[in-house]
Design a protein around this ligand. Sequence first.
Ligand SMILES: Nc1ncnc2c1ncn2[C@@H]1O[C@H](COP(=O)(O)OP(=O)(O)OP(=O)(O)O)[C@@H](O)[C@H]1O
Ligand SMILES: [Mg+2]
Length: 410
Amino acid sequence: MIKVWADSAEAGLIDRHGRRGSTFAYLTGSTPTCAVSITMPVRLASWNQDYGLAPIFEMNLPEGALRERLRLAFAKATGTFDDFDLLTIVGRSQVGRLRYTARDDKLDEGVPFQSVDEILKARRDDELFSHLIEKFASYSGVSGIQPKVLVRDPGTSQILRADKRRLSQSFRGATHIVKLWDPAEYPQLAANEYFCLRLAQHCQLDVPSFQLAENGAALVVDRFDLRDDGTYRGVEDFCVLNGRPTAEKYNGSYETAVIKRLNDYVDNRNLTADSEKLFALIALNVAVRNGDAHLKNFALVYDDVEGEARLAPVYDIVTTAVYLPADRMALTLDGSTKWPDARRLQRLGETRLMLSPSRAREIMARIGDAMSKTRGEIHTYRKDHPEFDDVATSMLRQWDIGMQQALMAS
Ligand SMILES: Nc1ncnc2c1ncn2[C@@H]1O[C@H](COP(=O)(O)OP(=O)(O)OP(=O)(O)O)[C@@H](O)[C@H]1O
Ligand SMILES: [Mg+2]
């Protein structure tokens, strides 16, 4: 059995159910604020899954390289290795406000310290990176295909501890996400993502602080779910909001699986602001040719599971067309994954996100201006980083195509 904690309080128990499923039951006396998800209110009846874990519990399970590493390290002990096993390993340290322990264990994230400065100064061939994965894999309740770990930076932890609030005294959680890359598969991925995030910043979207390591060896991102008092906000990605498993992250349309869900969960008074942000984010993904904007790359955040949910800050934007020139969108728009042109984007903004025609045009123009500005930064960076040159050339070519097609009315 796995015990689920919500905001550091015991919320319920997950158990295996049938051959492949799971069941979750809230503890008796749980108050509504203990809800594990905005999609799973507190109730007496259990929540059953015929296959795997409920989407909210599966949300942060590592995929790709990190999952494989944990499987190799832990499969021997259990004989088999499934999502339930993986959750018991990475459950103590997770993105968002839920944590998982054995039934009788206390909560203790206990993430080891790792200086972010040291990571930023390390070079690609440095041993630090294999060491990071080795040491932090089992503290990394964070999804995604790219190798990455959650770390606790001593400097940041001190700031949190210095805060007057009581909870911060015992802060032992992770403060940053460190994203690495495989040179054989995705060369210069961190620099690619860095400049896509810079672009999002120039578009005045909310982006957590992020830093690129020397020689582009890693991208270090501040956790946007960590509050100043050392507690964590709720995070739910759009797989969860659609009740879908991670395996279905590429299935769905912008119209229903993203925009309709935003309308379902964001309060009316915040809906205009968040619809504008979402429109900018979708248009930006199209303009930079990010073919990986799937359901787990959009999320909602909230302070209180019963309170207001808002569109999460921007994360994981990459010009994937650098690596897959024929890449298309991860989700459909008007039933197709073909990159939309400016006319279709404009229509999306007006008819689905309820923007005025002039507001939609303004947002698209803002993205165009921000792309020109970021382009200058890419040129400056590539001068001192010849290893980025090929990827920079390819990125800028894709941005040109994207800008022409997606932002300029024909
Ligand atoms: N700054 C952040 N703060 C908190 N959580 C984050 C942050 N950035 C990303 N996340 C969470 O971590 C998950 C994985 O991060 P990210 O999407 O950047 O990884 P990835 O490996 O590039 O993903 P993909 O498999 O989509 O390529 C996200 O889906 C999101 O839930
Ligand atoms: Mg992602």
